[in-house]
Design a protein around this ligand. Structure first.
Ligand SMILES: [Zn+2]
Ligand SMILES: [Zn+2]
Length: 264
């Protein structure tokens, strides 16, 4: 498997950056995991958006799904998606309609958002939408995905990806406060991608995010081989975050940046 970071910003973009989005490729198949604001533009640098097999969404926060909207417009209106020749595009009777795998309630959320100004079925018409629950296992070409719920401010799922015929595992923690499910699903991962949103724990209210040190602790308890920190603003010190995570993890840690690729 190959993981490419499309966006790693938290709920507001870094300068020139994008929110949560990761391209996972295996044997010519491609999945985009999360599609936050800015991700569609970044994706176009690495992969033809009509040749993505599926999009998976970890939770229904804007920074994890908002660019489904421009992507839906592209799938609906792009010249090459039309049945007749337009400009240099020959026309097609098989326009791309990637799978969109999102948590329960996604259809309603997308309708509410797009319905604020336009035809509310934009997203579900552009993509083949399927909603998942925690028990769902999703097969996309040679890749298998499963999910564990994690504590956050909305229903949120960490996700594990396994490639068929290999014993390689990639785990994405989504957004979450400290919890045991993350350790469970991350068990023995070859690469675990964990958020490190906070420079220190939230001062009040329920926990919904991790510090870099906590990300390191979770990865160590899971026995993961490699840790990559993500969902961290360019307004925080990446070197300090990495040092804290390495101290807790007990090994080298990478901090995600846009365009970074990891072989798994
Ligand atoms: Zn987020
Ligand atoms: Zn979130």
């Amino acid at each position: 498997m190959r993981l490419t970071v499309l966006g790693k910003s938290p709920s507001w973009e870094d300068a020139g950056g994008a929110c949560s989005g990761y391209l996972i490729e295996q044997d010519g198949w491609a999945v985009v995991l999360d599609c936050g604001n800015g991700v569609f533009s970044k994706l176009r640098r690495f992969r033809d958006y009509t040749r993505v097999d599926a999009v998976l969404i970890s939770h229904l926060h804007a920074d994890h799904f908002l660019d489904l909207i421009p992507w839906s417009y592209a799938l609906t209106y792009a010249p090459r998606q039309q049945p007749v020749p337009v400009d240099r595009w020959p026309g097609t009777d098989q326009p791309a309609r990637p799978r969109l795998v999102a948590p329960t309630g996604a259809r309603e959320t997308f309708r509410r958002i797009v319905g604020a100004w336009g035809p509310e079925e934009l997203v579900e018409n552009a993509f083949a939408l399927e909603e998942y629950v925690e028990e769902t296992e999703v097969e996309i070409g040679p890749m298998r995905f499963d999910f564990r719920s994690v504590p956050h401010f909305a229903q949120t799922f960490a996700c594990r990806v396994r490639a068929e015929g290999g014993d390689k595992t990639l785990v994405f923690g989504a957004d979450s406060g400290p919890n045991e499910h993350l350790v469970d699903i991350g068990r023995g991962a070859d690469l675990i991608l964990l958020e490190a949103t906070l420079p220190r724990p939230e001062r009040e209210g329920p926990r919904g995010h991790l510090t870099a040190r906590e990300a390191g602790e979770h990865a160590a308890r899971a026995g993961a081989s490699r840790l990559v920190l993500t969902h961290i603003s360019d307004e925080l010190d990446a070197l300090r975050a990495r040092a804290e995570a390495e101290d807790a993890f007990g090994g080298p840690v990478a901090v995600a940046h846009e365009g970074a690729t990891f072989g798994i």
